[in-house]
Write a protein that binds this ligand. Structure first.
Ligand code: GAL
Length: 419
């Protein structure tokens, strides 16, 4: 029985790898002892350019080691996380992997899968390099378990400036009501997809932005804590608003990754897309310049944050090489090389905004004054189990539109997973 279940798991992972079109990822690096296998989902576009920036600094600072790319394509780790889980279960970890700060990282810590890096923080001078709030999200029981590479913002509304202007829209919407008016203008102008959308996790992001508009920062954050009230009228209103938003989106959304939805913006077939600020880097990488950005309507002053960090798994084959990678990730040079290309802002507090493209300069400014709130699909708010429960509830809602069923499923997921 055990063997056959394992065989099924392995076959599933192999299928994922084939589907992801990824070269080296997903299997242990059996090459030279110098190899450092870095497991991410940054396989293309701006994400890959960010990774390349980090690799450049690693290659020049850690000359005795060799970077091995273990990337598995698929936005937000939609494929990579399954491959990783299966490898960890089989005691075949990569030398390091990408994990989101917050509840998602805590999953790996509680499962005993990653190692304490507190002593290395001292050696590398990292203890004071990052904001205290972020360090708290990387710490369990007084031990620090990963090195953050960046801070991303999730609640950003991207637009095709020309499409929006041609529909007579002259200002960014600051409320959901204004946003619906703008979407109607696009519709009236004949734009087939006023709001481009992708599958599961991208739908969760859109819904969370609506929740932030209706609940505000404090009540939204409280949704991810024990005793949260997912049955409130504010949540019901948010589900109804979100349901209305879906009527402006592409019907094939459930088959789209975020980059497919982004393509509709680039091709002038859509006006808007809610997406994290990796989109800035990706649009730049793809040479599309005519894009606008603003906080999602009603989200101004609220920064929905997430942070990519790297860990040292238990059983990593090349501990010294991995430590050289982690030191690079935390260094000022590494953070600059990575974040200038990735669309995120540096996690370190000593970076100079002038080194960054226009979008990140505005994000660095907002991060200093806005109220931070976490994200569930990007791990800062909720565990992977909770992410899965929300994802399947929203996937169901995308086809049946049953408001009370979604609200019940969200409430019971919170009851099951909130800590
Ligand atoms: C997030 C990740 C970002 C970006 C995005 C889209 O989860 O933190 O760095 O890669 O997914 O793939």
């Amino acid at each position: 029985m055990r063997r056959s279940r394992l065989a099924v798991a392995v076959a599933g992972v192999a299928a994922l790898l084939a589907a992801s079109g990824c070269g080296s990822g997903g299997s242990s690096s059996s090459g030279s002892p110098k190899d450092v296998e870095v497991f991410t989902w940054w396989a293309d576009g701006g994400e890959k350019l960010g990774l390349d920036g980090l690799v450049g600094v690693f290659t020049s600072s850690c000359t005795q080691y060799k970077f091995v790319n273990g990337a598995v394509a698929g936005g937000a780790g939609s494929n990579a996380k399954q491959v990783l889980a299966s490898r960890l279960q089989q005691n075949d970890p990569p030398d390091t992997f990408q994990a989101h700060a917050g509840a998602e990282l805590t999953d790996y810590i509680n499962a005993g899968q990653i190692q304490d890096l507190s002593a290395d923080y001292q050696t590398w001078g990292l203890t004071s390099a990052f904001p205290k709030g972020l360090i708290d999200n990387l710490t369990v029981g007084g031990k620090i378990y990963s090195v953050p590479a960046n801070i991303h913002r999730a609640n950003v509304l991207w637009s095709n400036k020309k499409v929006v202007a041609d529909a007579g829209i002259t200002a960014d919407a600051t409320s959901l009501a204004e946003f619906f008016t703008n979407l109607d203008k696009l519709k009236a102008k004949g734009v087939k997809t006023p709001l481009a959308l992708g599958k599961d996790w991208t739908q969760e992001m859109l819904f969370e932005s609506v929740l932030i508009s209706n609940l505000g920062a404090d009540k939204f954050t409280a949704l991810w804590k024990k005793g949260a009230d997912w049955s409130s009228a504010d949540v019901t209103k948010s589900i109804n608003d979100y349901k209305k938003l879906l009527t402006y989106t592409n019907a094939d959304r459930d088959t789209f990754d975020w980059t497919d939805a982004e393509k509709l913006i680039m091709e002038g077939k859509a006006g808007y897309q809610l997406m994290g600020d990796w989109e800035a880097a990706d649009l730049d990488a793809k040479g599309f310049k005519d894009y606008g950005y603003a906080a999602f309507p009603g989200n101004k002053g609220v920064y929905q944050w997430l942070a990519d960090s790297f860990v040292l798994p238990k059983g990593a084959k090349n501990t010294d090489g991995t430590k050289c990678w982690l030191k690079t990730v935390g260094s000022a040079d590494g953070q600059k090389a990575f974040n200038t290309k990735k669309g995120s802002i540096p996690a370190r507090t000593d970076a100079s905004a002038a080194d960054y493209p226009a979008y990140q300069q505005s994000a660095i400014k907002d991060w200093k004054s806005d109220t931070p709130v976490p994200s569930c699909p990007h791990g800062s708010a909720c565990s992977q189990g909770w992410q899965g429960a929300v994802g399947s509830a929203q996937g169901k809602f995308s086809s049946d539109g049953d408001v009370s069923a979604l609200q019940k499923a969200l409430a019971s997921a919170a009851q099951q997973f909130a800590k």
